[in-house]
Design a protein around this ligand. Structure first.
Ligand code: DX5
Ligand code: ZN
Length: 229
């Protein structure tokens, strides 16, 4: 199992979320945006941690031969520990678990043992203090800018306080940590998130929901680059 490199930590990246793509044509959707994609964001929903179900390891496995990009799997699951190995075997390169489900230390350890890049996610109403103790042990902090479960929701600007706090921690302690935002990211909200300190931008509707996803992905990247302070 060869893992795909995530690229330099802290660099600006666009991660299209396949949740907004046509599930009947995922391979071609992914192929179409390949040249403007850094990571591919895979939203996994278990119908328990969030009120929706989406995709699991078999889809990751089926999609793997069609993309050379880093698979950034966002596990919106109550019991992610039961599935980490299955995702690793299916071709996930990184897995992000939610801090709200607890057992964070052992989840981080288990993901490391499997060779995965490790992410920790926090819902919009989860205080920064919940994730702060783990920042030195993870590769990515995902600060949700909507309540997880559905694409197409509105960006919650108040989460930028946490994004800035995370960026300050990274700078003060020279942490090797990516700061990712997810939910309602589009051309209008990208500058807000990047200026606050986010460097990985997940976007579903703003890419796959557009008539020309490749152009939309390129425009998003340009907006992000132009906003970098
Ligand atoms: C929300 C998911 C997101 C979602 C974002 O539960 O974690 O990744 O796909 O969708 P948009 O970009 O449409 O808000
Ligand atoms: Zn997501």
């Amino acid at each position: 199992m060869t893992l795909i490199d995530a690229g330099p930590t802290g660099s600006l990246r666009v991660a299209p979320s396949i949740l907004a793509a046509d599930f009947g044509a995922l391979a071609s959707a992914v192929h179409e945006i390949d040249s403007e994609t850094d990571w591919l964001h895979v939203d996994v929903m278990d119908g328990h941690f969030v009120p929706n179900v989406s995709i699991g390891p078999p889809v990751v496995q089926s999609l793997r031969p069609y993309s050379t990009k880093f698979f950034d799997c966002h596990l919106m699951m109550s019991e992610p520990g039961r599935y980490l190995e299955a995702f690793a075997k299916a071709g996930a390169d990184g897995c992000t678990v939610h801090v709200e489900v607890g057992g964070t230390e052992s989840l981080i350890r288990d993901a490391r043992v499997l060779g995965l890049r490790v992410g920790l996610a926090a819902n919009p109403d989860t205080p920064f203090e919940r994730v702060a103790p783990f920042l030195g042990d993870i590769d990515l902090l995902l600060l949700m800018t909507v309540f997880p479960g559905f694409g197409g929701q509105s960006f919650m600007g108040e989460v930028m306080t946490k994004v800035s706090a995370a960026r300050r921690e990274v700078e003060e302690h020279a942490l090797a940590l990516d700061i990712e935002v997810d939910g309602g990211i589009d051309l209008a909200t990208t500058p807000i998130a990047v200026r606050a300190g986010a460097n990985v931008l997940v976007a579903g509707s703003a890419i796959f929901g557009r008539p020309h996803p490749l152009d939309a992905a390129r425009a998003l990247r340009d907006a992000a680059m132009a906003s970098r302070v």
